[in-house]
Design a binder for this molecule. Structure first.
Ligand SMILES: [Zn+2]
Length: 252
């Protein structure tokens, strides 16, 4: 309730969303679906707590960045990283938070939730012509053209991420590492290779691992999975597994 309105949550939990709001979700509304979203959000909160101990934590679900304050859309009911960010702030575990959203779809819900909040910086790099067609304004948006390849993507990231961390001085980082940036993705419109996606994760996670918080500590990182819609499921799993492999190599 620090993120979503009580009216929306009540309607969601009692399965009383009106037809239009329910249709926006993209999934049939059921108790199991609501339970699933609650577990995803709790997983991200638990991950944050573990990230303080281990440096990094990975949720094998989550990245539900299309959930707004008062409604859900596009397979996202509750915004897991926004909920966890508010949890950290409420419990005084973090003050300044950076959300790095590299899913191919813009983090529209996250941008709306933190629109007037300087304590959470929202960065989204996404496909310009991908859903959502009406984009919200994040603190920083980079919209890439259709077919953007590994070099284009990685150059943008290298030109942005280290400066952003240095400038914003977060004491906690959320990473939304969707693999729908792959050229093979059915929904994404970018042109990255499997190796390019792995190099993206390696670059981002190394930049996070190298950075220091304002108190000169390492900055804990929580990763949520985000999207992946390549027709070959093996490829999606390989790309997600690469994020874990890279995190293990960097943080352990
Ligand atoms: Zn996505």
């Amino acid at each position: 309730m620090r993120v979503h309105t009580s009216e929306y949550l009540e309607n969601l939990k009692s399965l009383n969303l009106d037809r239009k709001a329910a249709r926006k979700l993209g999934f049939p509304l059921s108790n199991q679906l609501v339970e699933r979203e609650l577990r995803i959000a709790q997983g991200t909160i638990d991950g944050c707590v573990k990230a303080f101990k281990h440096g990094v934590a990975m949720n094998i679900a989550g990245g539900t960045h299309h959930a707004y304050t008062d409604h859900g859309e596009a397979f996202c009911l509750l915004n897991d990283q926004a909920i966890a960010a508010r949890y950290l702030q409420h419990h005084q575990l973090a003050e300044k938070i950076l959300i790095v959203d590299l899913d191919v779809h813009q983090g529209n819900g996250t941008a709306e939730i933190f629109r007037n909040d300087d304590s959470v910086f929202t960065f989204s790099m996404h496909g310009a012509s991908n859903y959502p067609f009406k984009k919200e304004i994040s603190d920083l948006d980079i919209a890439l053209p259709d077919g953007a390849d590994d070099d284009t993507y990685l150059n943008e990231l290298k030109n942005t991420l280290p400066d952003l961390i240095a400038q914003e001085k977060p004491d906690f980082i959320f990473y939304l590492c969707g693999v729908d940036v792959l050229a093979t993705d059915k929904l994404g419109r970018l042109g990255m290779s499997l190796d390019g996606c792995k190099r993206r994760d390696a670059y981002a996670l190394s930049a996070f691992a190298k950075a220091k918080s304002p108190k000169n500590n390492r900055i804990p990182v929580q990763c949520s999975m985000g999207g992946g819609y390549s027709p070959e499921i093996k490829l999606i799993i390989e790309a997600h597994a690469n994020t874990f492999r890279v995190a293990r190599d960097i943080f352990i």
